[in-house]
Design a protein. Structure first.
Length: 418
C-alpha cells in the first residue's frame, strides 16, 4: 500500500500582491508601457474631445441659425388652367394688391409678388444691335416694390425700384452686379440702358447682394407692371409661376404662414401653397444628432485602435516573459493567478491612459472653444465615465494575452530558459 502524496498549502494571490506584481510588470519596461498608453490616450482623448466639440458646436447652431431664412415665408400660385385657351398663360392667382394685403398681417416687415420672366426666349444685349453673348444666361425677374424690399438688396450704385416706377409702368431695370459687369454697365451718371428683346430699359441701380432670392444675383429685376405689359402674365410651372415673398420679424414666420393664404385669397386659399421656414429647434436637434452619430463612430474607431495597441503590446510582453511565467508556475502559481496578473496590468494601463486621455480631451475642447469665442459644453455622461471606459478597454484587450499566459506549460517555459 503506497503512501498518499503530501499536500502543501494552497497557493494564494492576495489583492495587494496582485496589484504589486502588475505595477512591477508595468514599470519594468517604462518605454513600452508609455507606448502602450498612447493608444488608449488617443482613443479616450478623441472620444471626449469629439463629444465635447459636438456639444459645443451644437450650442452655436441656435445662435448662428440663418436669420434671413428663419424670417422668410413664400407663397406659390397654382394656376387654374381649366377654360384657358391653349398656349396662353392664365392670370395670376395672387391679387393685384397682394403687397398691401400681406403687409397688413402682424409680423410682416415687407412682402411682394415676383416671378421669372420667360426664362428661355429673351434676348439681352448692351446695345440695340449688339450681340447676345454678353447677356446669355442672364435671368429677368419681375418684382413689385414690396418684393424688392423683402429681398433687401445691398446697392452698389443707384437706387432701387419704388412705387412710382410700378405705378407709371416705367421701362426701368435693377441689375445684379454680375449682370452689370457682363453688360458693361459700370457707371450710372449717364443713365445707361440695357436692351431686352430690342427694347431699352434704363438702369436705376446695381446691387451686389441680397438677403433673399439669391437667384436674382445673376440677373435683373423689372417692375411687375412693366413685365405684365410687355411679357404678359406669369407662366405655369415652378420656374415661371408667380410667388409672394414675405419677410417677417424673428419668431413670427410660422404665425404669418398660417394667415397668408386666407389673407391673399379668402375665396380660394387652397389655390396658394405657403412654405414656412423650418423650426430652428427641430433643425438644431437634427443636426446635433447627425454630428453626434458621426463623431461617436470616429471615437469608437479610435478606441478600437487603442485596444488593438494594448492587446498587441501585452501579447508581446507575454512572449518575452515566458521564462518568468514558467518559474511562477513551478513555484505554485495557478493559471488564474497568471491570468489575473496580466489582466491587471492591461487594465491598469487602460485606466491610466483613460485618465490622461480624458484630461487631454477636456483641454482640447476648452482650447477650441476659447479660440472660437464659444462656450465650452462638456457632458458629464461623456466625461466622467471616460477613465472607466479606458480601464474596460484595457481589460478586454488583455483577455487573450492573459489566457495565452495562463496556458503556458511550465516545463516548456523552463526548458526554453536554458
Amino acid at each position: 500500500m503506497g503512501r498518499a502524496p503530501i499536500a502543501g498549502p494552497a497557493s494564494r494571490l492576495g489583492l495587494r500582491d496582485l496589484v504589486g506584481e502588475a505595477l512591477g510588470g508595468v514599470l519594468q519596461r517604462p518605454a513600452r508601457s508609455v507606448l502602450t498608453l498612447l493608444g488608449t490616450v488617443l482613443g479616450i482623448g478623441a472620444f471626449v474631445a469629439v463629444l465635447g466639440l459636438t456639444a459645443t458646436a451644437s450650442g452655436q447652431i441656435g445662435r448662428q441659425f440663418d436669420l434671413a431664412r428663419a424670417t422668410t415665408v413664400t407663397v406659390t400660385d397654382n394656376p387654374v388652367t381649366d377654360g384657358v385657351p391653349p398656349g396662353t398663360d392664365p392670370p395670376s392667382g395672387l391679387p393685384a394688391d397682394a403687397d398691401a394685403r400681406a403687409g397688413r398681417i402682424d409680423g410682416v416687415t415687407a412682402a411682394g409678388v415676383w416671378w421669372r420672366v420667360d426664362p428661355d426666349g429673351l434676348r439681352i444685349t448692351a446695345t440695340p444691335t449688339g450681340g447676345a453673348e454678353a447677356g446669355r444666361g442672364l435671368a429677368v425677374f419681375a418684382a413689385s416694390p414690396g418684393a424688392v424690399a423683402a429681398m433687401h438688396p445691398v446697392l452698389a450704385a443707384g437706387v432701387t425700384l419704388d412705387a412710382f416706377a410700378e405705378r407709371s409702368r416705367l421701362p426701368v431695370v435693377l441689375l445684379g452686379e454680375a449682370a452689370a459687369n457682363r453688360l458693361g454697365v459700370h457707371r450710372l451718371d449717364a443713365q445707361p440702358a440695357v436692351f431686352i428683346d430690342g427694347l431699352p430699359y434704363t438702369v436705376l441701380g446695381v446691387y451686389r447682394d441680397v438677403e433673399r432670392l439669391p437667384d436674382t444675383l445673376l440677373g435683373m429685376i423689372v417692375p411687375d407692371t412693366t413685365a405684365l405689359d410687355r411679357f404678359g402674365n406669369p407662366g405655369t410651372g415652378e420656374d415661371r409661376s408667380a410667388h409672394l415673398l414675405a419677410a417677417t420679424r424673428a419668431g413670427a414666420a410660422s404665425v404669418v404662414a398660417r394667415q397668408l393664404a386666407v389673407a391673399l385669397r379668402p375665396d380660394a386659399p387652397e389655390r396658394l401653397t405657403v412654405t414656412a421656414p423650418p423650426d430652428p429647434h427641430s433643425l438644431q436637434d437634427h443636426v446635433t444628432s447627425d454630428l453626434t452619430g458621426l463623431f461617436l463612430a470616429l471615437a469608437a474607431i479610435c478606441l478600437v485602435v487603442g485596444a488593438v495597441g494594448i492587446a498587441n503590446t501585452t501579447l508581446v510582453a507575454v512572449l518575452e516573459r515566458t521564462e518568468e511565467i514558467g518559474l511562477r508556475r513551478s513555484l505554485g502559481a495557478r493559471t488564474r493567478h497568471i491570468a489575473a496578473q496580466f489582466l491587471t496590468e492591461s487594465t491598469a494601463l487602460g485606466a491610466l491612459g483613460g485618465l490622461i486621455g480624458t484630461a487631454l480631451g477636456v483641454a482640447v475642447v476648452v482650447a477650441v472653444a476659447a479660440a472660437r469665442d464659444w462656450t465650452a459644453v462638456l457632458q458629464p455622461w461623456a466625461t466622467l465615465p471616460a477613465p472607466a471606459a479606458g480601464a474596460l478597454v484595457g481589460l478586454l484587450a488583455g483577455v487573450y494575452p492573459a489566457v495565452r499566459a495562463a496556458r503556458t506549460d511550465p516545463l516548456t517555459a523552463l526548458r526554453g530558459a536554458r
